[in-house]
Write a protein that binds this ligand. Structure first.
Ligand SMILES: Cc1cc2nc3c(=O)[nH]c(=O)nc-3n(C[C@H](O)[C@H](O)[C@H](O)COP(=O)(O)OP(=O)(O)OC[C@H]3O[C@@H](n4cnc5c(N)ncnc54)[C@H](O)[C@@H]3O)c2cc1C
Length: 432
């Protein structure tokens, strides 16, 4: 049964009203917030399997539940990571376990010392020829993984991003599947230390965590080898562009464009409704107070947000369509449009999350004092927006990456050099 049908018949909210209600949330402690969100995640996953919900159904239910899933990283990064980085055999092994929640995973890239500078990451995966294993290590305090969602308490497994080392030589960043916790009692596996990084400005339903790896051994097959592999005996083979390992990050940037749009949609909706119902100030003595929406200054605040929410919805859809098309090409071995996809998704993620954050704050202020109350919803929208400008690439850095590619392509176009694949500034060649 589709989500829309369930909602129409009101089965969902009447049956699970306590579980899915937002009313209690502002009054819960950090641990209670996490526990309530885990319970929601588990129920939604049960319903998903019971009713055979599609990806589109899950997207709809996620929007309705305001993305309040403690285990969201499992769906947004762990499963897509296996799909994008794993070989067919690795997918056949790990995906059924992940899709049936026999394992729950996260994606661990950022470290205490480095997030933006991926080449500065310090976690290593060193090949041991004698045992045909990788040894994963975070040698210093600054190298501990720091931030991954679901790492603090929930996850049993992680895709760990680490520098591959063979015979003392570095061979770039790759994803490694590492079991974090026992499937029997959920205790950390030997050589691992992990926990929650503490209260955050928002998103306290998610257990963002830290992880220290002390020479942890994993079988060679646990390196996700779709784009590059290491043979028994330690020979490194690059099978696709080294940039292909960042495909999961590109997907999440595309999703962030959608999430940020949802936040703006909600905030502008609250602001317009509030402005229509709120009355303040009498313009003519003896007449009723005005709807605040009638003030031009109020219209100036809320209408651009409504317009932008519509525009961004179309933008988010077209970005997702572009992503799906380019990803289908990548699966067939054609990476020629990967750079353009990266430039567009990075630039749009930065631009849209910056714009949405500004507009959500204006919506919040347009609700007066009520906008400062958590129960208004719009205050939480504001806090949610603030994370989006940093996650999956801090916005300044993303602008610079997009600009770098466009400038490179522009110079190529002016020199009439044929650039491989599509690119936004190609029109310059025909304009000359
Ligand atoms: C809510 C939340 C959830 C997260 N979830 C995850 C997760 O699940 N998994 C994961 O691996 N990580 C996660 N992260 C980490 C996140 O991806 C990083 O915080 C982000 O990439 C920014 O990196 P940073 O913290 O190192 O910022 P920094 O690089 O320290 O940025 C600090 C400042 O320096 C500037 N700066 C840095 N480098 C440059 C440069 N080259 N040029 C110009 N300016 C520069 C930035 O613009 C910024 O103003 C999460 C973070 C948050 C806040």
């Amino acid at each position: 049964m589709k989500v829309e049908v369930i909602l129409q018949e009101q089965l969902f909210f009447t049956k699970y009203v306590d579980l899915f209600s937002f009313k209690k949330r502002p009054f819960l402690s950090k641990s209670e917030t996490y526990e309530a969100s885990v319970a929601k995640s588990v129920k939604v996953f049960e319903l998903m399997r019971e009713h055979n919900w599609s990806e589109a159904d899950m997207d709809l239910i996620s929007k309705i539940l305001n993305y309040d899933f403690a285990l969201s990283l499992h769906h947004t990064m762990f499963i897509p990571g296996i799909e994008r980085l794993g070989t067919d055999e690795q997918k056949a092994k790990w995906l059924p376990l992940a899709q049936s929640y026999q394992i729950v995973g996260t994606y661990a890239q950022t470290e205490l010392g480095h997030g933006t500078n991926l080449l500065g990451l310090e976690t290593t995966a060193t090949y041991d020829r004698d045992s045909d294993e990788f040894v994963l290590n975070t040698p210093r305090l600054s190298s501990m993984k720091w931030w991954p969602g679901g790492l603090g308490k929930s996850s049993t497994h992680a895709i760990i991003l680490a520098h591959l080392v063979i015979d003392g030589e570095k061979y770039g960043m790759h994803g490694f599947m590492v079991q974090l916790r026992s499937l029997e009692d959920h205790m950390p596996m030997p050589g691992l230390k992990m926990g929650d990084i503490g209260p955050k400005l928002g998103a306290n339903n998610v257990d963002n965590g830290f992880l220290i790896l002390n020479k942890v051994r994993i079988p060679r097959d646990n390196m996700l080898m779709r784009n590059a592999r290491v043979t028994r005996g330690g020979k490194f083979q690059q099978l696709s562009t080294s940039k292909a390992n960042y495909a999961t990050m590109v997907l999440v940037r595309v999703k962030i464009i959608g999430w940020s749009t949802d936040t703006l949609r909600q905030a502008s909706c609250v602001a317009v409704r509030y402005s229509a119902t709120r009355r303040q100030t009498t313009l003519k003595p003896g007449t009723p107070e005005q709807q605040v929406l009638d003030f031009q200054t109020q219209q100036f605040k809320v209408t651009p947000s409504v317009a932008a929410a519509y525009a961004c919805s179309f933008l988010a859809q077209s970005m997702l369509t572009l992503y799906k098309r380019v990803f289908a090409e990548i699966v067939k071995g054609n990476n020629s449009n990967l750079a353009e996809l990266h430039a567009q998704s990075a630039g749009l993620k930065a631009f849209l999350t910056d714009m949405a954050t500004g507009m959500v704050e204006v919506c919040r202020r347009s609700c007066g004092g009520h906008g400062y109350l958590v129960s208004s919803g719009v205050a939480e929208n504001m806090v949610g927006s603030l994370a989006m400008v940093t996650v999956e690439g801090e916005n300044t850095v993303l602008y610079l990456q997009t600009a770098r590619l466009h400038v490179k392509n522009m110079l190529g176009s002016l020199a009439m050099v044929t650039v491989e694949g599509e690119n936004t500034v190609l029109y310059l060649q025909t304009a000359l």
